[in-house]
Design a protein around this ligand. Sequence first.
Ligand code: AHR
Length: 625
Amino acid sequence: LAVNASSHSGRKMSDTLFGVFFEEINHAGAGGLWAELVSNRGFEAGGPNTPSNIDPWSIIGNDSTIFVTTDRTSCFERNKVALRMEVLCGNEGSIICPVGGVGIYNPGYWGMNIEDGKQYKVVLYVRTLAAIKLSVSLASTDGLQNLASSIITTAELNTSNWTKVELLFTAKGSNAQSRLQLTTSNQGIIWFDQISVMPVDTYKGHGFRKELFAMVANLKPRFLRFPGGCFVEGEWLRNAFRWKETMVSWEERSGHFGDVWMYWTDDGLGYYEFLQLAEDLGASAVWVVNNAMESGVVPDSVVIVFNNNDVVGWRWRRATTMDTLDSIEFARGSPNSTWGLLRAAMGHPEPFELKYVAVGNEDCGKKNYRGNYLKFYYAIKAAYPDIKIITNCDGSSSPLDHPADMYDFHIYTSSNNLFSMSKQFDHTSRSGPKAFVSEYAVTGSDAGKGSLLAALGEAGFLMGLERNSDVVEMASYAPLFVNDNDRRWNPDAIVFNSWQQYGTPSYWVQQFFKESSGAIYFPSTIQANSSGSLISSAIVWENTEDNNKNIKIKIVNVGSNTVNLKISITGLQETINSSQSSITVLTSSNVMDENSFGAPNKVFPVENSLSNAGTEMNIVISPHS
Ligand code: AHR
């Protein structure tokens, strides 16, 4: 392996080469990164008509002791559904309530993780017509382990009107399968709405589950693409993500059913929270917007298909355009602007860094995409000339027929294919817009739920992107997260449940690239019998923490043979300090090996010191590594 590290052969790679793509898929946000523990906190998931399904809320008691339904009496105008609980037992002359009372419980997202000594903020809205003693508790699934509880006497609270109750619990035990219980032994009627349990200990208090946030932050992402994916548009327009619906306090958010990935989200993770997430990660926000467009020249009668199933007219598209301009003003406008003022009121007077807007997702082939896109493009450019606009149409093999700063490129394929696609951008025109590989992954039987084989194909592909980083500006793996209880898409980078998390081999591959953004790329060539199974890349970057210059050589071997490689580095100005050098290897005994909760580090990068590091060194490359 010859690495040419002379200064004239180096090329700086894009500062934003590697980032992350967050989509609300697999309960990535609701029941994942967003730390809210109650699922369906406003009882809206069953739809706006009542009586409705209250899933996953369940009833404690039976037909003779309790009657639970929903009605539309909430104090929140945007989400009128409230839960009505009629307790039939308890008073003199009536049935005696069971020990512990009757009521409702919420199991969260496949169990709430309650941890000993940690604090939880519980909020609920209550209304009763008579005095009722209500027990609010965090308990084990069988209700026997009481982890934290409080008694509220509704008469004291004068709850004939809606009253907000706030409690701060400190857990006196741990249980990853806990639930929130609201119980009473008093006869009467009680209404509930907007019930929340939030751990106090979230990242900077911003609501992000700390361990999951840390796993993303460890990738050092330079951008955050959000909130989808197909989630942005939905199968039906009524189920699309609407950022303005999230511009209110959490209690007032209507939530929505994501009909592509088929689950309800209370929209705690809204547009503001996504922008905050990008900022907390030190990443530039890439806002993917629904692409319906106003067209002044299209007559009223003309309809345009833009969602998967809906057909809409131009008036609606005009509203969507204005919506998008408003969303940019919300992120970047001064606190004197309409939307900037709201951002300031929500706690962020300084603008967020929003530099990229993607117009739609995978919509290029759809009728009228180009027309919609152009209206969008010119409207945004007129108001915000510096915003980089990303089209859904692939410009890697033929020139685009419309203006764009970048084009989306998505690829899901086999390991072999992706490995050979390391050459995908070798012949792409250098004069057009740049590529944004916003979704890539090995999928199908090569990948399972996240195999070493998949990760090796991806590693080869990423090295090709590094080599072509003069034309590839950004790249992100997809999907980022999966809650193991709701696998809508396999594989994924980070797997979690209510209390555990681990990285798949694909996650660990991305760790090898975390210094690449903005680094200097140097050409390297491999001469070997099995060179078709090998690919390499060499980068130099300066560590801002210790001002040390580092050289990193990455090699992928997708073959089944061990390779003895002699590495020669020419042209390097600096000397290599072998005592500070290391070799990190990601491999496993079987190429189909995966990580799991039981064996989270089965396929894991192992680092050792490299005492023979220098401009000439012999390295043994393991098979499938
Ligand atoms: O990453 C999963 C899905 O794959 C995305 O929602 C979509 O853009 C693509 O089809």
